[in-house]
Design a binder for this molecule. Structure first.
Ligand SMILES: [Zn+2]
Ligand SMILES: [Zn+2]
Length: 257
């Protein structure tokens, strides 16, 4: 029988949590049940690292962007530098970008400014965007209605109602292992409200390991447990779910694996 491998649409393998580097973790995942992955940027430096990780693997791709929690103290020419990094053939999206009002003392104005500037950059480069939105649904939705980007909202934690609105705007929704947590009723409801053709699967590793690995160092293979949860919600087999979500990722990022 044909063996299906899963494509992980959101990873941070440059993270320091991978003591001594993530190379062994990545190679093991690719040799096992993982087709490939997107390496996602958070800062200028980490965007370059994401590209480097992608460039050394055939089925890995990258996104470059400044995370809302990292917009403080950006150099004035950060957009030019991002654009320079985006010149690699491996770069298939701008991200992760967006708004995060979770941590005390967040700079709303500055986050909105950087979000909009990067949406414009994505538009100009013809790239889709990966959106990080945490406790900022209202502002995020307003900006999305204004810019109408080709986008995915990653690690989705919003309501089913907002998910429905995003889908109407043609925006994809991506779930992490948080979907499998015991208190994930809201995420489960949101997942149920989104058609399978609009879903993607991610780990957001090293964080968000699904049950039964919650709290452990996460790696792409664990996304199979998130896929199984989506399959359960949709009443499908896990393989069928992964197949469709893989196709969604191929279409959205314009990649092959
Ligand atoms: Zn994020
Ligand atoms: Zn992330």
């Amino acid at each position: 029988m044909e063996k299906i491998k899963l494509f992980d649409t959101h990873t941070h393998y440059d993270d320091r949590a991978y003591k001594g580097g993530a190379d062994a973790v990545i190679e093991k995942a690719l040799a096992d049940n993982v087709a490939g992955f997107m390496a996602i940027g958070c800062t200028l430096d980490r965007s370059r690292k994401a590209v480097k990780i992608a460039e050394s693997r055939e089925t890995a791709y990258a996104a470059v962007g400044i995370h809302p929690n990292d917009v403080g103290g950006l150099p004035p020419d950060y957009l030019e530098r991002l654009e320079e990094t985006a010149k690699s053939e491996k770069v298939k999206a701008i991200g992760e970008i967006g708004l995060d009002y979770h941590y005390k003392g967040y700079d709303r104005e500055n986050q909105i400014k950087a979000f909009k500037e990067q949406l414009r950059l994505a538009e100009r480069l013809g790239l889709p965007v990966i959106i990080h939105s945490r406790e900022a649904a209202e502002d995020t939705m307003e900006i999305l209605r204004e810019f109408k980007p080709r986008a995915v909202t990653h690690c989705y934690s919003g309501s089913a109602e907002t998910a429905g609105e995003l889908v109407k705007m043609g925006i994809l929704i991506s779930f992490t292992g948080a979907l499998t947590f015991k208190n994930a009723r809201r995420a489960v409801e949101a997942c149920a409200a989104v058609p399978l053709e609009k879903l993607m699967i991610e780990t957001d590793c090293p964080y968000m390991a699904p049950e039964p690995f919650r709290g452990e160092l996460c790696a792409s293979g664990m996304a199979w447990f998130t896929a199984a949860k989506i399959a359960e919600i949709k009443g499908l087999s896990t393989k069928e779910t992964v197949k469709v979500c893989n196709e969604n990722a191929k279409r959205f990022f314009g990649i092959d694996f």
